[in-house]
Design a protein around this ligand. Sequence first.
Ligand SMILES: Nc1ncnc2c1ncn2[C@@H]1O[C@H](COP(=O)(O)OP(=O)(O)OP(=O)(O)O)[C@@H](O)[C@H]1O
Ligand SMILES: [Mg+2]
Length: 421
Amino acid sequence: MLSKFKASLAQGDSIIVEGPARVKVLKGIVEVFACPVGEGLELTVPLGKQAPVASVEGSELEVYSCSPPEHTKSNPIPESWRSLAEELAAQQKATCMVVGAPDSGKSSLTLFLSNTLAREGKTVGIVDSDIGQSDIGPPGVIGAAVLRAPAPSYSSISLLDGCFIGDKAPAGHLLQVVVGTYRMLDKCRQAGATHVIVNTSGMVYGGAARALKEAKIELIAPTHLAALEAQGELSHILKPIPKSVECIRLKVSEYARETGRSERIFLRESSMRKFLKDARRTTLNMDEVTLKQTILGTGRQLTEEDLSELRAQTRLSIQYAEESADYVLAVTDSGRAHERTMGGKPVKVVPRSAFSSLYIGLIGESTLLGVGILEHLDLARRTLAAKAALFKQGSISSVALGYLYLTEDGRELGRRKPGDF
Ligand SMILES: Nc1ncnc2c1ncn2[C@@H]1O[C@H](COP(=O)(O)OP(=O)(O)OP(=O)(O)O)[C@@H](O)[C@H]1O
Ligand SMILES: [Mg+2]
């Protein structure tokens, strides 16, 4: 239940508004992450996020939120954020990669930089490669957007294209995330962006995190790297950075706040629900689409005779099997997924049910058309039944199997391990 609060701000004053909230500007002009909002206009702050609202000139506001807005003692946008925005605006072209630990303000800085540049008349690309806490596009998708005017929040920025990974973290998909981030950067540039801000995941500790950051920097070759650091926690990431990249250490805003694990799941599920809202039942022919991120469909289907032999050898009720140079895939009626070896070749045994409820990406010739949930795999008819939520028109040429099991309304039920089947 939202309550109504009044706020009067003198020029230069700021308040922090906790989402979910609506802010009506009754008088004056305010700024949210460098996006101006004028008299008579409204802005919304999504649940789980907070927004610093700064008064450009004396302003009167009506705030509808759960708790009263907090008046800040200092400017929530650190001076170092403004200098970086100015430095980027002075360039004809720039690519700035934003790195930081979870909750360090990466999404906020990305929006602030993009808005400042858009206000300067630049065409700004945003690549959101933080697949676990996506700001642009559905969860599990590397999103790309192009901004020609400032936006008060991510919800008003539309998706240009996406690269479907289908998981909640980059672990197990490092190559795909690096390649996908580059592809989305390229899409932004093709759409005319002269300045691109690349947001990254908060994965900064451990071998996989180091490899991911190093490979991304290598491929993307940013002109600038913005490192949001509280107390030297990114030194190990920043030390191997090539000299050609201008590395700028930025202060974490004192108003940045933590998002708990359960709050993260809730935010991801809410976003997923929004994207799946208008999903429609669709049947796809397995011979007309390419399956991606799975070994299914990459082998030669076993004949009935070979199948009988495999059943006899494994004593499993195998419904369908296919063999490729490196694996045998055996889909059973029931039972649990496991791997065994036969004649020196690994056999992946997977129950048919393992394909149901999987999060999927629906891909056209060169762009992501939508996401959905795989409902049923009919291997006799060679069809896939899915609930598909398409955000773009086009003909589906491939289906990427994701790693999350979801309910129809986007709740997370479990996860398939990368490389499983
Ligand atoms: N300069 C700021 N002023 C006010 N609030 C801020 C500021 N920077 C961050 N926050 C708030 O702190 C929270 C975390 O910030 P943000 O979501 O930008 O971090 P993040 O690094 O992108 O997090 P994640 O790791 O979840 O992607 C958000 O609610 C955000 O609104
Ligand atoms: Mg973020």
